[in-house]
Design a protein around this ligand. Structure first.
Ligand SMILES: NC(=O)CC[C@H](N)C(=O)O
Length: 459
C-alpha cells in the first residue's frame, strides 16, 4: 500500500513540476471554520503521500484568535504530533496561484490510524453510514462575502466597500468587474462549478453559489472556493471578508446550504408547493427542524454567527418552523418545478456561515435529517409568514422561538442533544466546546463591534 502511494506521489510530483508547480498546499478547516494549511515542495510528494506532514495536535483547540485552549482530553499540553495527509485524488492546480497546487488534508495519528479530532473523517463516517443504507446526498453552498478596498494606510480601519449597490444590480459589480471575471475564470479552472454570481443586498456584498455535489466534495470545495476568491481579490488589490458579520451595520454573510437525499436515483425531497411529497422527504425536514438548536451550534457557531442571526435579515433567526420558499425561515423548502425538474427539490438551511467547520456542519445536518426519515417524523404545516412580525404570544403558541443567542445557550443545546453531539464523539466535542468557551471569555469585556472587527479577515 505505501509503495503504491509513494509511486503515485512520484507521478504527481513529476506532472506538477512539469507544469511549473513548486508547492502543494494541504488545507483543512479547524473548529472555528478557519482554513489552516501546510505547503510542501512538490519534490516531497512521494514521502508526503505516504506519511503526510507533521502538525501539532493542538490545532483542535486553536480558538478564533489563534490562542490555544488547553485542558480538554488529549489537549492538556504541547506534546504531541499528528500527520496531515493530502487527499491525492483531490489535488488541484490553483489557477490564481500558478506556482501552487491545493489539496484537502486529513489528520491521522503518527502510525496512520484514525485521529478522533479529524473533522473530515467525521463527515466521511456519516457519508459511509448513509451509503450503507443506500442513501446519497447532494449539497450546494451559497457563499456571501464582502468586497472591500485595501486600506492604503495600515492604521486606517475604516471599511471602504468596493461596490455600493444597488442590490442585485449589474451596475453594482462594474467597479469590481475584473475581480468578478477572475473569480469566475479561476473557479471553473479549479474545478468549481458555479451556479451564479451577483451583487447581494448590502454595499460590498457579493454572492457566489456552487453547484450541488456530494457532501465531502462540497466541504472541500467550500475551502477551495475561499482560496480562489481570496487569490483573485489579492490580484485585484481588494480585500474579501467571509466573516458572518464583517461589521455591525453591514450585511451579514450567510453560507446557506442546500441539501437533498437520494435513494435508487430518486430525490426523497421531491415535492411541490405543499412541501415534500413522500414520507421520507417530510421526515428529513422534520428531523432538521427537531435538531435545529443543536445543529446551529455547529453550523453557525461563532460570536459573529450569533450577531448575524437577526430577525428580518433572511438569516433564519427563529427555530420551530419551516416554509416553502420562505426566506425568513431557518429551513426553506425549495420545490421542484416543471421548469427546473422535480429533481431540483432541496432544503436550504439558512443558519450557516463561514465560521462553521463545513465537515462537522454537514455531518450533523445529514445525521439530523436521516434520523427524521428513520423515525418517520412528520413536520408541522409550513409557514409562509415571518414570525418576527408576530406578537410574542403568537410565536409561543406556534412553538417558534429565537435560536440560542449566546455561546452558553448554544453549548446547552448541543450537549443536551446526544444525537448531534454524538456525531463529533466525546473528545472532539470537548475540544470544540473548549474553543467556543475561550472565544467567549476573550470577548466578555468587549463590545460586539470590536469582536467583529478582530475577526473580519480570519475566515
Ligand atoms: N438574500 C439572502 O438570502 C440574504 C441572506 C443574508 N445575507 C444572510 O445573512 O443569511
Amino acid at each position: 500500500m505505501s509503495e503504491q502511494l509513494r509511486d503515485r506521489g512520484r507521478e504527481l510530483a513529476a506532472a506538477l513540476a512539469a507544469d511549473g508547480v513548486v508547492g502543494l498546499t494541504i488545507a483543512w478547516a479547524d473548529n472555528n471554520g478557519i482554513p489552516r494549511s501546510r505547503t510542501v515542495p512538490v519534490s516531497a510528494l512521494p514521502q508526503v503521500a505516504v506519511a503526510g506532514v507533521g502538525v501539532t495536535h493542538l490545532f483542535a483547540v486553536f480558538d478564533t484568535n489563534d490562542a490555544i485552549a488547553y485542558g480538554s482530553p488529549g489537549m492538556q499540553n504541547a506534546s504531541g504530533d499528528v500527520r496531515l495527509v493530502p487527499q491525492l485524488d483531490r489535488i488541484t492546480r490553483l489557477a490564481g496561484q500558478p506556482a501552487l497546487a491545493w489539496a484537502p488534508g486529513k489528520q491521522v495519528t503518527a502510525d496512520g490510524g484514525p485521529w478522533a479530532f479529524d473533522q473530515r473523517s467525521v463527515l466521511e463516517r456519516v457519508v459511509e453510514a448513509l451509503a450503507a443504507d443506500g442513501t446519497t446526498a447532494l449539497v450546494g453552498y451559497e457563499m456571501e462575502f464582502g468586497v472591500f478596498e485595501q486600506a492604503t494606510d495600515p492604521e486606517d480601519t475604516e471599511l471602504l466597500a468596493a461596490h455600493s449597490g444597488p442590490a442585485y444590480s449589474p451596475h453594482a459589480l462594474l467597479p469590481i468587474d475584473g475581480f468578478i471575471a477572475s473569480v469566475m475564470r479561476d473557479a471553473e479552472a479549479n474545478g468549481l462549478r458555479l451556479g451564479q454570481v451577483h451583487a447581494e443586498y448590502g454595499p460590498a456584498q457579493v454572492e457566489l453559489s456552487l453547484a450541488a455535489t456530494d457532501p465531502l466534495t462540497a466541504a472541500d470545495q467550500q475551502l477551495l472556493a475561499r482560496q480562489t476568491i481570496l487569490a483573485a481579490a489579492e490580484a485585484h488589490g481588494l480585500r474579501v471578508s467571509f466573516a458572518p458579520l464583517p461589521t455591525l451595520n453591514g450585511a451579514g454573510n450567510g453560507w446557506h446550504v442546500h441539501t437533498s437525499l437520494w435513494r435508487g436515483g430518486e430525490n426523497l425531497l421531491a415535492g411541490g408547493p405543499e412541501g415534500p411529497r413522500g414520507t421520507a422527504g417530510a421526515g428529513y425536514v422534520a428531523g432538521l427542524l427537531r435538531d435545529l438548536p443543536a445543529l446551529a451550534a455547529l453550523t453557525a457557531p461563532s460570536l459573529g454567527s450569533l450577531a448575524r442571526q437577526r430577525p428580518g435579515f433572511f438569516a433564519g433567526a427563529f427555530s420551530g418552523f419551516w416554509g416553502v420558499e420562505n426566506r425568513e425561515a431557518p429551513l426553506r423548502y425549495v420545490p421542484g418545478s416543471a421548469l427546473l425538474g422535480e429533481d431540483h427539490a432541496n432544503v436550504e438551511l439558512k443558519v450557516s456561515d463561514a465560521s462553521a467547520n463545513p465537515y462537522l456542519a454537514l455531518a450533523a445536518l445529514l445525521t439530523a435529517g436521516a434520523a427524521g426519515i428513520e423515525e418517520n417524523l412528520v413536520p408541522p404545516a409550513p409557514t409562509a409568514e415571518d414570525p418576527g412580525t408576530w406578537k410574542k404570544k403568537q410565536r409561543a403558541a406556534a412553538g417558534v422561538e429565537r435560536l440560542p443567542g449566546t455561546q452558553a445557550e448554544q453549548e446547552e443545546a448541543l450537549v443536551g442533544n446526544p444525537r448531534i453531539a454524538g456525531v463529533l464523539g466525546d473528545d472532539l466535542l470537548a475540544a470544540f466546546l473548549a474553543v467556543r468557551r475561550a472565544d467567549a471569555a476573550w470577548a466578555a469585556e468587549k463590545d460586539t463591534e470590536e469582536v467583529l472587527a478582530a475577526w473580519r479577515w480570519r475566515y
